[in-house]
Design a protein around this ligand. Structure first.
Ligand SMILES: Nc1ncnc2c1ncn2[C@@H]1O[C@H](COP(=O)(O)OP(=O)(O)OP(=O)(O)O)[C@@H](O)[C@H]1O
Ligand code: NI
Length: 308
């Protein structure tokens, strides 16, 4: 079952310019993805491709003047602002990029327990969650500044488990971690998925994502260009559907660092046709003239006229 479904999501933000001018920028322009219960969908793509804004849209924490179009469905029902407020921090949980999300003035045990009627029951759950992530009982008395980075992340994971989250959104959960730390954090997400949660994993690190994810969705310049099985990322990338996915795969160290010339366009600089056309080795006139629609292909989908 799909826990989360995103269809044709578009997001326009208003940017303040010098003086009193304000400019509307379409930052997300056609995003689709699906997160299954008991599965991990990883979103990969360059910096600025729209990954965090997607997370914020799902959580309902976009800036006030944001204009959102398209469909966001949680368990098959539209995710309205009211529903987002009810579910956020309970069924839908963010494991954030930075531990600055912890309240600096509250002991971590209390933060993780949250406000609950049954204090004792909640304390038992918190201690179980801490033990699961190798946090000693003394940790609950500490303030966030007394934690190491790795401990803080485990505290955040403990908080996600005791809230009985059904959809876990992990935005770049591993920056600056040593390799073992990265794998540990990802393995914890895999465990939560195996217990039934749906996980949306946002990351730059494709190689790490592939060790735990079931599905990969590739973002480029505010658009999702492909959804693939993790196992499609193999060999020379023959099973991949979009030339940008293949370029990401070939740029990995183990595939010889073959980098693609050019840069991703900024939101206001995007070309009229396919956003990837200016860098695409397969681009034709058709690609410059019109944007390809999403189409199903070989157990995934792609937004490219030439994919076979
Ligand atoms: N409040 C805002 N107003 C205007 N533009 C914004 C705003 N927030 C983000 N953007 C733009 O939207 C685009 C997508 O940003 P987003 O933070 O989602 O990227 P990302 O894929 O998460 O990048 P990273 O990998 O660096 O975290 C970027 O071009 C960014 O500059
Ligand atoms: Ni981000």
């Amino acid at each position: 079952m799909a826990i989360l479904e995103v269809r044709g999501l578009e997001l326009t933000l208003t940017r303040s310019m010098r003086g009193f001018r304000r400019q509307e920028v379409k930052v997300l322009d056609g995003l689709d993805l699906q997160v299954e219960a008991a599965g991990i969908t990883a979103v990969v793509g360059a910096s600025g491709s729209g990954k965090s804004l997607l997370a914020h849209a799902v959580l309902g924490i976009l800036p006030e003047e944001a204009k959102l179009e398209g469909e966001l469905l949680y368990k098959g029902e539209p995710l309205t602002l009211q529903r987002q407020e009810e579910l956020r921090g309970r069924e839908i949980v963010l494991v954030p990029q930075s531990v600055s999300y912890l309240n600096p003035t509250m002991r971590v045990g209390r933060q993780v327990r949250g406000v609950h009627l049954d204090k004792e029951k909640q304390r038992v759950k918190q201690r179980q969650a801490f033990a699961r992530y190798g946090l000693s009982q003394e940790t609950e008395r500490l303030y966030p500044f007394e934690l190491s980075g790795g401990m803080a992340r485990r505290v955040l994971l403990a908080a996600a488990t005791i809230s009985e989250a059904q959809l876990i959104i992990a935005d770049e959960p591993t920056p600056g971690l040593p390799q073992e730390g990265v794998q540990e954090a990802l393995n914890h997400l895999r465990e939560l998925a195996d217990e039934g949660s749906g996980v949306l994993l946002i990351t730059h690190d494709i190689a790490a994502a592939l060790t735990v994810a079931d599905r990969i969705v590739v973002f480029y310049a505010g658009t999702s260009v492909e959804a693939a099985r993790a196992s499609d990322f193999a060999g020379g990338g023959e099973a991949l559907r979009h030339p940008y996915s293949r370029a990401l795969w070939q740029a990995l160290p183990q595939n010889g660092f073959q980098t693609l010339p050019g840069v991703q366009p900024l939101p206001h600089e995007r070309p009229q046709g396919c956003h990837f056309a200016p860098r695409c080795p397969m681009a034709t006139e058709e690609c410059a003239a019109a944007r390809p629609n999403r189409r199903e292909l070989r157990g995934g989908w792609v937004r490219c006229f030439h994919a076979t």
